[in-house]
Design a protein around this ligand. Structure first.
Ligand code: HPA
Length: 274
């Protein structure tokens, strides 16, 4: 079994301390197909295998941690994550976030690809998470999903997400090409298949704005620690019965434009953070 090789958070932190003396000012976890902060000055990369003892199995997840500089600040860009639907347990899924928290990274930016539920959303929108719905934690195995469905969304706005929001507003205020950020509730489901139409209808009634299969474990890990986490969904598809379905070309174009906006947003947010 692969999992026996997985390092403990402690071991991974020790490794990172050896290869990077100062703790980075910020870490960014990139989800499927999200391409930002490439070719940073002074880059140095390590594989997840080296750090965590395990690699992601998902296409579009490189499984590398790259140190580089943004506006002189040291950042760690983590390309790829582990998901429950890959068969990993909660310990593995939260390992990178636990390591970043234990290492003392103050600002953690999380990204994911998500489906839009809010009918005002368009493919390529960026949604800052104000709250999340947890429909994937393993403890629902004991209780069934009803408590998850009955519970209100968990709020997750904090100083860092407010900072990202303000930076987004400045960018869209000064550049008409920069689509204003959306702000909403992300629902995490186990996956790996996309939702049924009945689930989409349920999630809409529960007032979720976007749906995906990640990020909530990391938000839960950071909550209450010294690490502030802000999460952004890249809306790669919109669940809609009235809007025309975009072709593959349009979706790729929208995803690329979204990545470019996200890149500007992160660079500006990191440069302007205290
Ligand atoms: N559902 C779940 N995960 C996703 C989706 C979706 O519609 N789009 C991108 N990731």
């Amino acid at each position: 079994m692969v999992e026996t090789l997985v390092k403990s958070a402690n071991q991974a932190v020790e490794f990172l301390k050896q290869v990077s003396r100062p703790v980075p000012d910020a870490a960014i976890v990139l989800g499927s197909g999200v391409k930002v902060l490439e070719d940073l000055p002074g880059e140095q990369s390590f594989s997840y295998e080296q750090i965590f003892g395990i690699s992601p199995t998902i296409v579009g997840h490189a499984g590398s941690l790259t140190f580089g500089r943004v506006d002189g600040k040291l950042v760690a860009v983590l390309r790829g994550r582990f998901h429950l639907y890959e068969g990993h347990d909660w310990e593995v899924v939260t390992l990178p976030a636990r390591v970043l928290v234990e290492w003392g990274v103050r600002h953690l930016y999380l990204t994911n690809a998500a489906g839009g539920l809010n009918k005002d959303y368009r493919v390529g929108d960026l949604m800052l998470l104000d709250g999340y719905r947890d429909h994937l934690s393993p403890h629902w195995k004991q209780t069934g999903l009803l408590p998850a469905v009955m519970a209100p969304a968990h709020p997750c706005a904090n100083e860092l997400s407010e900072h990202v929001w303000r930076v987004g507003q400045q960018l869209s205020g000064s550049d008409p090409e920069f689509r204003p950020l959306q702000r909403g509730v992300y629902a995490a489901l186990l996956g790996p298949s996309y939702e049924t139409l009945a689930e989409i209808e349920m999630l809409r009634r529960l007032q979720a704005d976007a749906v995906g299969m990640s990020t909530v474990p990391e938000l839960k890990t950071a909550a209450g620690s010294g690490t502030l986490a802000a999460a952004i969904s890249v809306i790669t598809n919109v669940w809609s019965d009235d809007a025309p379905i975009d072709g593959h070309e349009e979706v790729l174009k929208a995803a690329k434009a979204a990545s470019e906006r996200l890149d500007r947003l992160f660079r500006a947010a990191i440069a302007a953070s205290a």
